[in-house]
Design a protein around this ligand. Structure first.
Ligand SMILES: Nc1ncnc2c1ncn2[C@@H]1O[C@H](COP(=O)(O)OP(=O)(O)O)[C@@H](O)[C@H]1O
Ligand SMILES: [Mg+2]
Length: 347
């Protein structure tokens, strides 16, 4: 079984669209696939046309409820299976109660994973989890369970801080639990004609390198229409460019984990509690002061950004309120041609 979580704290970037249509593509390719709707808004349940049926079955909330109330859960009752090879654990509003109740419980982030590891779920080759637009306990459950996390990004409101928050949450999860899912990013709602989108695409590539999947899901009204009618893109318009995008994306997701990645993800961190803006500029990002190279401010006065670096040696510096600073935490440095000092990172 391979568990794929679709997550991003931002709403409207295409989590549900991706979760539903990647699950549908996997089922079409002949794999037994389970989609778990883990969002109290239940958009995935709606997008598969299962809202009414979900009132007759149990929902993903019951997975958590079984845990609080220590009641026996018959897993069969969770499943809606009205499509070939594609099953759904639906959601409803009750799930927001789980989000609240989960806070105080030990091992709260592992409940979904422990459930999916029960023999009943062995029959599924793939489990796809649609997550809510926040980094609460539901998303932590989704990310903890995952072998692979897919992060859709909407370029028109592209936030590079979003990338850093995903890495940061994954880092916390790793420190707490030892789980280390691989993380891949997908550009969604892509407008090929927009120069702005092309620029951001370039920035995204330089920041996340091979972790940015090559297929972009193009902007298409067909995807909206399909979801409104409770159909997957393959049921609604199997000849559309969107159906093609989803086949391509799905095959990339299937092989992504197997590729040996030479690149590493490096966090750049500096303590600057009073700064208004901090950038990291270096050989790896062309020393360009742009949004992609801005650090995000953390609660403790630290600033952080993650970059994907290929094997090699790089010079870099922080730009703190327009003042150049070497990395105080890094003893490695070298003089540059301007007679000042650069920090050095070697991968
Ligand atoms: N590639 C796309 N082209 C056009 N509309 C899209 C695309 N991807 C998603 N949408 C639409 O954008 C809205 C938000 O997408 P959704 O998947 O629900 O995002 P999220 O689950 O992250 O909140 C929905 O109306 C959806 O149909
Ligand atoms: Mg959604």
């Amino acid at each position: 079984m391979r568990i794929i979580s679709v997550a991003n704290q931002k709403g409207g970037c295409g989590k549900t669209t991706l979760a539903v249509n990647v699950a549908a593509a996997l089922a079409r390719l002949g794999s037994e696939t389970l989609l778990v709707d883990l969002d109290p808004q239940a958009h995935a349940t709606f997008a598969l046309g299962c809202t009414e049926k979900s009132s007759e079955t149990k929902t993903s909330y019951d997975i958590f409820r079984a845990h609080f109330d220590t009641v026996e859960l018959n897993f069969e009752d969770l499943i809606i299976n009205d499509r070939k090879s594609l099953s759904l654990v639906p959601a409803n509003m009750m799930l927001s109660a789980a989000e609240i109740n989960l806070g105080g419980i030990n091992g709260a982030a592992t409940i979904l994973y422990r459930t999916l590891m029960k023999p009943f779920f062995n029959k599924y080759e793939y489990v796809i989890i649609d997550s809510p637009p926040s980094f609460g306990f539901l998303t932590l459950n989704s990310m903890y369970a995952a072998d692979t996390i897919i992060v859709p990004m909407d370029l028109s409101y592209f936030s590079f801080n979003g990338i850093d928050s995903v890495y940061r949450v994954a880092g916390l999860l790793n420190a707490e639990t030892g789980r280390k899912p691989s993380i891949f990013f997908v550009i969604n709602i892509y407008d090929q004609r927009s120069n702005f989108a092309k620029e951001l695409d370039k920035d995204a590539k330089s920041k996340i390198g091979p972790y940015l999947l090559p297929t972009k899901i193009r902007s298409s009204v067909r995807l909206r229409e399909a979801a409104k009618l409770g159909k997957t893109i393959f049921e609604y318009d199997s000849k559309s460019s969107s159906a093609l995008d989803f086949y391509n994306l799905t095959s990339e997701i299937l092989t992504a984990d197997n590729k040996s990645m030479n690149a590493i993800i490096k966090e750049f961190l500096i303590h600057a509690p009073n700064a208004g803006s901090v950038y990291v500029l270096g050989d790896f990002n062309g020393w360009q002061k742009s949004d992609a190279n801005r650090l995000a401010k953390l609660e403790n006065g630290e600033w952080s950004a993650h970059f994907t670096l290929d094997k090699g040696k790089y010079r870099y510096k922080f730009l703190v309120d327009d003042e150049w600073k070497t990395d105080p935490k890094n003893p490695k440095n070298e003089a540059n041609i301007y007679g000042t000092i650069d920090s050095i990172v070697e991968v």
